[in-house]
Design a binder for this molecule. Structure first.
Ligand code: SF4
Ligand code: SF4
Length: 313
């Protein structure tokens, strides 16, 4: 691997000791940029591609240090001595963040090389080896930064790590095809089988998502874990989950017909509102504020539907 020409990309977090993003103990690398705009998104800082400022007024002590360094006039102290922030004037240079010692201002997203990312990932190699873990690319959608993702994955494979990706599947197949040789496990969302309802919930049709799922099932032999974030009104009716489970069963059958054997599974994840504060700090409208997360009982009922479908696979 040529370490002098490592590809750069934009990430917003590297989370060590993850236990929900694939097998074992993992490091999850979150890349910025997503082609869907799910109104309940649990990682809204991953939606936009560019780095951006998160501002938490509750932490601001109106010291004015940010005003002095921002040449774009995004910060001001008003006549009452209160700090104001105009996001529309911000170029995300990050200078004000360095001056804000209360961390009312935080830069979300930074450009790194694949080599730098993998150096961080390798810090926990011992935990991957003892737990059967590895490295997961998440986001955002890692397939939207294909060259960067490919190099991270290839470097991790060269180090003998298990690799996984979490993706929304809404892109030309070539975005993912270049990553697949370096991936051990693909985790992909299916949110709604009805194209119009999918568009209403995510901003895009599910046509490309389902096409990606189909090609993954039939043209590859990668283990596939389809995931459904169960969101009230979006896909929490019995019929919604049954339609997704039936589709996954059909994909599983199509894979076997194609002579492939790697497992295809389906997992339901409950919507939650833990991301609420992130929306505020990013200046985004949180349209899921009034949604009640599904109860444990409801999740059990929906998981039973999935189990019924996959048992008859
Ligand atoms: S530097 Fe931070 S604490 Fe000071 S006024 Fe700016 S945002 Fe508020
Ligand atoms: S990130 Fe740069 S442009 Fe944006 S508010 Fe801070 S200093 Fe101004």
């Amino acid at each position: 691997m040529d370490t002098n020409s490592s590809v750069s990309g934009v990430i917003f977090d590297i989370q060590r000791f993850s236990i929900h993003d694939g097998p074992g103990i993992r490091t999850t690398v979150f890349l910025k940029g997503c082609s869907l705009h799910c109104f309940w998104c649990h990682n809204p800082e991953g939606i936009r591609v560019k780095p951006e400022i998160r501002y938490d007024p509750a932490r601001c002590i109106n010291c004015g240090a940010c005003v002095a360094v921002c040449t774009n006039g995004a910060h001001a102290i008003d006549a009452q001595g209160r700090h104001t922030y105009d996001r529309t004037k911000c170029l995300s240079c990050g200078l004000c963040v360095e001056e804000c010692f209360t961390e009312a201002l935080v830069l979300t997203g930074k450009t790194q090389t694949a080599e730098q990312v993998v150096a961080e990932v390798l810090r926990d190699r011992a935990f991957y080896e003892t737990s059967g873990g590895g490295m997961t690319l998440s986001g955002g959608d890692p397939a939207l930064q294909p060259a960067f993702s490919a190099e991270i994955l290839a470097r991790c494979k060269a180090e003998g790590l298990h690799t996984a990706i979490e993706t929304a599947g809404n892109y030309p197949w070539a975005n993912l095809a270049g990553l697949l040789p370096h991936i051990d496990l693909v985790m992909m969302d299916i949110k709604q089988m009805d194209a119009q309802r999918h568009r209403a919930a995510t901003g895009v049709s599910n046509v490309r998502v389902l096409a990606t799922a189909e090609r993954l099932a039939v043209e590859t032999d990668k283990p596939l874990l389809f995931r459904v974030p169960v969101v009230p009104g979006v896909n929490d009716a019995d019929a919604d989950i049954a339609a997704i489970a039936a589709h996954v069963r059909r994909l599983s059958q199509a894979r076997r017909t194609a002579g492939r054997r790697a497992p295809i599974t389906l997992e339901l994840l409950a919507f939650h509102r833990l991301a609420s504060q992130k929306y505020q700090s990013l200046g985004l409208d949180y349209r899921a504020a009034n949604l009640e997360p599904p109860t444990e009982q409801r999740m059990r009922e929906l998981r039973a539907i999935v189990a019924d479908y996959l048992a008859t696979d």
